[in-house]
Design a protein around this ligand. Structure first.
Ligand SMILES: [Zn+2]
Length: 232
């Protein structure tokens, strides 16, 4: 069964199904308790704001589709898989310490092994750690915010931001490859927002507050252009 064929069209136009199988499509190996991150409370608060502004629609498994990551060195603090962003608890955030792209396997730390990194860890890893994501001589971004809205080339064109050509399923190597391709063609910081066709938007930045403000401004423009439903 094709995941991409599973998308629903509902009033408001933004819901989709997740299809069959787990959200997280990489191996996730638990490595103990996470280190403290000073930004944890702010990251959880940012997720509540994204959900409140309609950037993270609820899928057919009852959970909303939006997540985020903050980079410190080569580690990422991410939201946990399978939680509602609006209910994000700073204690439940997950630290990704390594991503073996060949093995498609992540190593992570969290309060308990049951907390796993977001299924979109491959997307955030590309934005925050791919060597071609930033223009030559510029540091990689530190913050990546993402939601499963604004997932069409028409929305990208109207907003003046790049979109990938191919539609890909989240959490897969193909999805990461398409994100990397977009980043290298339209690197940070000249570009700060990208649309993954059939998937959603990504916004990158240096600081959480400013990246959140940029994202909410993008959502406001999209709403005015008819690419987002009225505020929930
Ligand atoms: Zn996603």
């Amino acid at each position: 069964m094709s995941w991409l064929g599973q998308r629903l069209h509902v009033p408001g136009g933004m819901a989709e199904t997740i299809g069959e199988g787990p959200r997280v499509k990489f191996r996730a190996d638990y490595g103990g308790a996470a280190e403290p991150w000073a930004c944890a409370a702010e990251l959880a608060a940012a997720m509540r704001e994204l959900e409140a502004h309609g950037c993270c629609p609820v899928l057919d498994d009852g959970l909303s589709a939006g997540n985020a990551a903050v980079r410190r060195g080569r580690h990422l603090l991410t939201t946990p898989s399978g939680r509602r962003p609006g209910a994000a608890d700073p204690r439940d955030l997950v630290e990704v310490t390594a991503f073996d792209l060949d093995a498609w396997a992540v190593t992570y730390r969290a309060r308990t092994p049951a907390l796993r990194p977001t299924s979109d860890t491959p997307l955030h890893w590309a934005v925050l750690l791919d060597p071609g994501a930033a223009e030559p001589g510029h540091a990689s971004p530190r913050v990546s915010l993402h939601g499963h809205v604004l997932q069409t080339r028409a929305a990208a064109e109207a907003l003046g931001i790049p979109s990938s050509e191919e539609e890909t399923l989240f959490s897969t190597p193909e999805d990461r490859a398409a994100m990397v391709h977009s980043l290298r063609a339209h690197p940070y910081p000249r570009h700060r927002a990208w649309i993954r066709a059939g998937h959603g938007f990504v916004v990158a930045g240096e600081e959480l507050a400013e990246t959140l403000a940029y994202t909410l401004a993008l959502a406001t423009r999209a709403r005015a252009l008819g690419f987002l439903p009225a505020m929930p």
